[in-house]
Design a protein around this ligand. Structure first.
Ligand code: TRP
Length: 337
């Protein structure tokens, strides 16, 4: 009998902060691709609640958003039977390795992080050590699971580079402890911009509600927001420089329908922006409706959600536990037994 060699799948890991309901941008740019990778890879996805503490949070809101973020991942098709799904703070090894790695991260390196510079400019009254040290915790998240590939947006590329540097540095001192991960910058990860200012990334913290589509918006709301989307004074649906609003709508439409920009231009030639906006709004509403429905179904079943994140935490603790035990031994921490 021919023996089939079981290839070990590559490990994918990514996290998302629970700072509010996800947007269409989070979905098309990240979570939808996470779902698609579940068969090909060994995936771990988590709600990065510890990272959210770097900006002051209302405790009740954070708790609510963490549960919702977990439910949204499941509603969007992340299957806890196939993938490891969990909440970061449920697995103490993250904080432990975060601390240890922070002792191997240089002040100068952290000072160069553009996200730190941006966020400290934005939150001048709360430039805390956690905000500064955020990348060491993120490195811990990744290295604990010996991830091969980390799907992240361009804004996290610098953090991923630092993670690689830390892994290489640590391995250089102590031998092979960590897998050195690669970034996974998917071609399919649409970068969705604000509907009101298409030069800015779509953000769930935008004060203008019309600027973003929440994954939980009702169809009528979605269509309305697209109707109001900022475009330009021309009439041609074409992807080119200077047409940021139309480019953004075309990106969204293309991400959902799989049509190319040329096909979209041909489809709407001579039809004007009104028709195009309607078509984009309709396909977005159709895509998000099943997720919204599944989300509301899940949120009514707390026992199921609790059991799902409890199991996730258990498995994550097991996997992460192997790495953290090795690290502690290598650096010389005295074992309790
Ligand atoms: N910093 C990421 C973000 O804000 C979230 C995150 C935390 C993450 N830890 C991670 C992403 C580990 C990938 C891997 O988008």
């Amino acid at each position: 009998m021919e023996q089939q060699r079981q290839e070990k799948k590559q490990v994918i890991l990514s996290g998302i902060q629970p700072t509010g309901v996800f947007t269409l941008g989070n979905y098309l740019g990240a979570v939808r691709n996470w779902r698609a990778m579940q068969d090909e890879f060994d995936c771990a996805y988590f709600v990065a609640d510890l990272h959210s503490l770097t900006v002051r949070q209302d405790p009740a809101e954070l708790k609510k958003h963490s549960l919702e973020a977990f439910a949204l991942l499941l509603a969007a098709g992340i299957d806890p039977e196939k993938s490891l799904v969990f909440i970061q703070s449920h697995v103490p090894a993250h904080a432990e390795l975060g601390w240890i790695l922070s002792c191997y991260t240089q002040f100068g390196e952290l000072s160069r992080m553009t996200q730190f510079k941006d966020k400290s400019a934005k939150h001048k009254d709360n430039i805390n050590a956690g905000l500064f040290d955020y990348p060491s915790l993120m490195a811990a998240d990744i290295l604990l699971y010996q991830a091969d590939l980390v799907p992240v947006g361009a804004d996290q590329r610098q953090h991923l580079e630092l993670t690689r540097d830390l892994a290489i540095r640590f391995n250089g001192i102590y031998g092979d402890v960590f897998k050195v991960p690669d970034g996974y910058y998917s071609k399919n990860g649409a970068r969705v911009m604000s509907l009101q200012d298409p030069t800015k990334k779509m953000s769930k913290s935008d004060t203008n509600q019309n600027a973003f589509i929440s994954i939980l918006d009702e169809p009528a709301v979605i269509i309305n927001k697209f109707k109001r989307a900022v475009t330009d004074s021309e009439t041609e649906v074409a992807f080119r420089e200077g047409k940021d609003g139309i480019n953004n709508l075309m990106t969204i439409y293309s991400a959902i329908t799989g049509k190319t920009m040329d096909e979209i231009t041909a489809e709407f030639s001579g039809r004007g922006y009104g028709d195009f906006k309607m078509a984009v709004g309709t396909c977005v509403a159709e895509t998000l409706t099943p997720i919204r429905e599944e989300f509301s179904h899940l949120m009514k079943d707390r026992a199921y959600l609790q059991e799902a994140y409890r199991k996730g935490a258990e498995t994550a603790a097991y996997v992460a536990g192997k790495t953290i035990a090795k690290v502690k031994k290598k650096v010389g921490l005295l074992p309790v037994k």
